[in-house]
Design a protein around this ligand. Structure first.
Ligand code: SF4
Ligand code: SF4
Ligand code: FES
Length: 369
């Protein structure tokens, strides 16, 4: 039996420990799939695999978030270890022998995919069809998916109280999409409970803590405090949760609406990087554009300032661009009013007394809903 004194308290790495790991110059030598590699101490197995071209599926991992090891689709076999190790967080060690595609690894990934795909709508999760084919997963073997729970049922579930499963169906997390604001929707029928949104909203990025995991077991779900609608919660609409969600459970309303009307065409979308005009931080905005229409804004993960994050203005404040009236001349680009004065004065004579009020109005218009 383990003595209490020997128990190890797992701790979230601090910026200082992260930095120390990244700056380490010590090397370790290990073997991955029969290939001997010498790499920097502190790297994860996943990072090394990516460097040497070994493909490992991931769902809950993101370079800008602390790993929480929730999905287990990235597991690998470490010789001498009793259980499979999540490659996204397990650091390499001297002399380690790793197998990334043993029968045990493939069987485990197959089961993870089957459990996820039978209970969650993965229709907007990238790579899923390819992984299901590669690991020969058969989510359908659990039966047809159970119909969506009535609105609010999963929110009202009591931890520890479970309904007996219906043997005619595969249990699902399906429930109606939550649409309670103009900026983004929450479709928890697509939620794999990867914790990324919770991490991004909480300790990793935003420190707003508007959402957390509520409930237990199969009833566990992402929730605001007391399951209140988003506008009544602590959410500040930075949209950083949308940016990290791997399944499309959290989605900008603009994208959700386009998908619903069948006009969302991924192949037509181009991206343009620009600078957010709203404040002096000057975050990099990546505008996703379909034939001249801005559909959403993100920020590149590799940008050292934003690390993929934005505030409400950067994330959603571009929508005025598509909402200008045709008489503005935007449609044909002629801008006829410019010769007689500024456009804002032409449309909003009350603003002509000074530029400050115009600026304030512009900013306020993109404030919290
Ligand atoms: S809503 Fe998205 S990011 Fe949040 S836990 Fe679910 S799948 Fe992960
Ligand atoms: S996204 Fe927000 S913080 Fe970044 S430049 Fe724009 S207004 Fe400033
Ligand atoms: S990606 Fe490693 S546990 Fe999810």
């Amino acid at each position: 039996m383990t003595a209490v004194g020997q128990l190890v308290q797992l701790q979230r790495p601090t910026i200082a420990t992260d930095q120390a790991r990244r700056n380490s110059t010590r090397k370790v030598t290990l073997t991955i799939d029969g290939q001997q590699v010498t790499v920097r101490e502190g790297m994860t197995i996943l990072a090394v695999c990516r460097e040497i071209g070994i493909d490992i599926p991931t769902l809950c991992f993101l370079e800008t978030l602390h790993p929480v090891n929730a999905c287990r689709v990235c597991v690998v076999e470490v010789e001498g270890a009793r259980v499979l190790a999540p490659s996204c967080s397990r650091a390499v060690e001297e002399g380690m022998v790793v197998k990334t595609s043993s029968e045990r690894v493939k069987h485990s990934r197959k089961l993870v995919l089957e459990l996820l795909a039978s209970s969650v709508d993965l229709s907007t999760t990238p790579n899923i069809p390819e992984w299901i084919a590669e690991y020969e997963a058969r989510p359908e073997r659990f039966g047809p998916p159970a119909p969506p729970a009535p609105p609010g049922t999963r929110d009202a579930s009591v931890p520890g109280h479970h309904e007996p499963p219906n043997p005619d169906y595969a249990a699902t997390v399906a429930e109606p999409t939550k649409i309670d604001n103009d900026l983004y929707v929450r479709d928890y029928a697509k939620c794999i409970l990867c914790y990324k949104c919770v991490e991004a909203c909480g300790p990793d990025h935003q420190n707003t803590f508007a959402i957390a995991v509520a409930g237990r077991g199969f009833d566990a779900h992402i929730s605001t405090e007391f399951a209140v609608p988003l506008p009544e919660s602590a959410c500040v609409y930075c949209g950083n949760c949308i940016a990290v969600c791997p399944t499309g459970a959290l989605m900008a309303k603009t994208e959700f609406d386009k998908r619903a009307e069948g006009t969302w065409n991924e192949d037509r979308i181009t991206t343009t990087d620009t600078i957010c005009p709203y404040c002096g931080v000057g975050c990099t905005l990546r505008l996703h554009v379909d034939e001249g229409e801005i559909l959403k804004a993100t920020s590149p993960l590799e940008n050292s300032i934003t690390q993929g994050n934005l505030c409400i203005k950067g994330r959603f404040g571009w929508r005025f661009v598509g909402n200008r009236a045709p008489e503005d001349g935007v449609i044909d680009g002629s801008h006829p009013e410019r010769s007689e004065g500024s456009r804002s004065e032409h449309r909003h004579p009350e603003r002509s007394e000074g530029s400050l009020s115009s600026r304030e109005n512009g900013n306020r218009g993109n404030g919290r809903h």
